[in-house]
Ligand binder design. Structure first.
Ligand code: UFG
Length: 338
């Protein structure tokens, strides 16, 4: 039986990945400071894990505090691999307060890697982002070897950690699978867990929140795209969780090298297309108004996912409509209970 340490396991992608792990026979140790993660989500996961005969331990702590990280490894002597999500993720905030991003995302990751080295844990799946590519011009769909030119501290902090992992792989033999996510969407299809960010900045939850009379703000319709709004590649969160499972399996293979993979669908949708799809799935009219562009939004980001398909054997299974449907189901229950 394998035990996986999931940092940031009380957050959106971390919790869906934890669920995928327990459904596939792993025990999980969640480490989260609950600044953005939610204790309620951990409790739900613990309940499910009991039905599945799996163990979830939750340790509240902060990667910036090495003593907190020692607590994990003192309590759990046999951790087979780490999946590292815990990070700040707001692009605009990173521009205003880069120190916060470098201290948490970079120094915090280094503390984690030091503890891994001390405790001889040599496998890690790292949560990275399309933001490492910056604003690629005419290169969509983007391949992994496309130039890395992040345009904000958030993207730079993720790229720095990628580079540290490459060096630690060469020198210390830590094997890493770096997953660069494009736009993650949707929720668990049974609406057990879902996307819960405060503040919410992402497109689909914001469109869905506008169903009950609020007006959805569409940021910019003057981009050089087919309808003037930004193109993004929306990957379903359960498909993404599955990519982490496959990345772990990849790391278990003999003789493999550390590697990085785009996790997206090869397809882009404009903001207007996503909006229309929401109206269609919900069979409701939603009010919107066109607003000024948001700072730093690239016109188009679409993943080439051939490498993940060929090496990890990962194929996205769920459509944009599936993501909208599950996100809405989660949101309806969520708004009732919270
Ligand atoms: N958008 C709106 N209105 C909203 C929210 C979003 O019009 O209320 C637009 C944005 O301007 C953008 C598109 O919808 O054009 C997608 O925006 P999201 O905030 O959902 O996603 P981003 O592409 O900005 O960000 C995602 C991840 C980040 C990551 C980035 C990489 O959420 O963590 O991709 O470029 F850094």
């Amino acid at each position: 039986m394998k035990t996986i340490l999931v940092t940031g396991g009380a957050g959106y992608i971390g919790s869906h990945t934890t669920l995928e792990l327990i459904k596939n026979g792993y025990d999980v140790v969640i480490f989260d400071n609950l600044e953005y993660g939610h204790a309620e989500i951990v409790e739900k996961l613990k309940t499910i894990s009991k039905y599945d005969g799996k163990v979830i331990d939750f340790i509240k702590g902060d990667l910036k505090n090495p003593n907190d990280i020692d607590t994990i490894f003192n309590k759990h002597r046999k951790i087979d691999a780490v999946i590292h999500f815990a990070a700040y993720i707001q692009v605009e905030e990173s521009v205003k307060n880069p120190q916060k991003y470098y201290e948490n995302n970079v120094s915090g990751s280094m503390n984690l890697f030091s503890a891994m080295l001390k405790n001889e844990v040599k496998k890690i799946v790292f949560s990275s982002t399309a933001a490492v590519y910056g604003e690629p011009k005419d290169l969509n769909p983007i391949k992994e070897d496309c130039a890395k030119a992040p345009i904000n501290p958030y993207g730079r902090s993720k790229l720095m950690v990628e580079q540290i992992l490459q060096d630690y792989s060469r020198t210390f033999g830590i094997k890493s699978a770096i997953l660069r996510y494009f736009n993650v969407a949707g929720a668990n299809s049974d609406a057990i867990i879902g996307e819960w960010h405060e503040p919410e900045t992402h497109l689909i939850p914001n469109i869905l929140r506008a169903v009950n009379g609020k007006i959805f703000q569409l940021f910019g319709d003057d981009f050089e795209t087919r309808d003037g709004t930004c193109v993004r590649d929306y990957v379903n969160v359960e498909d993404l969780a599955n990519a982490h499972l496959l990345a772990l399996k990849y790391l278990e293979l003999e003789g493999i090298s550390s590697d990085c993979f785009n996790i997206g669908t090869n397809n882009g949708n404009t903001v207007k297309e996503v909006f229309d799809a929401c109206e269609k799935v919900l069979q409701r009219k939603i009010d919107r108004k066109i607003c000024a562009r948001r700072t730093g939004d690239p016109a188009s980001l679409v993943a080439c996912n051939e490498k993940a398909k060929n090496i990890l054997k990962w194929t996205p299974q769920r459509s944009l409509e599936d993501s909208i449907r599950s996100a809405y189901k989660w949101q309806c229950g969520f708004l009732e209970k919270i």
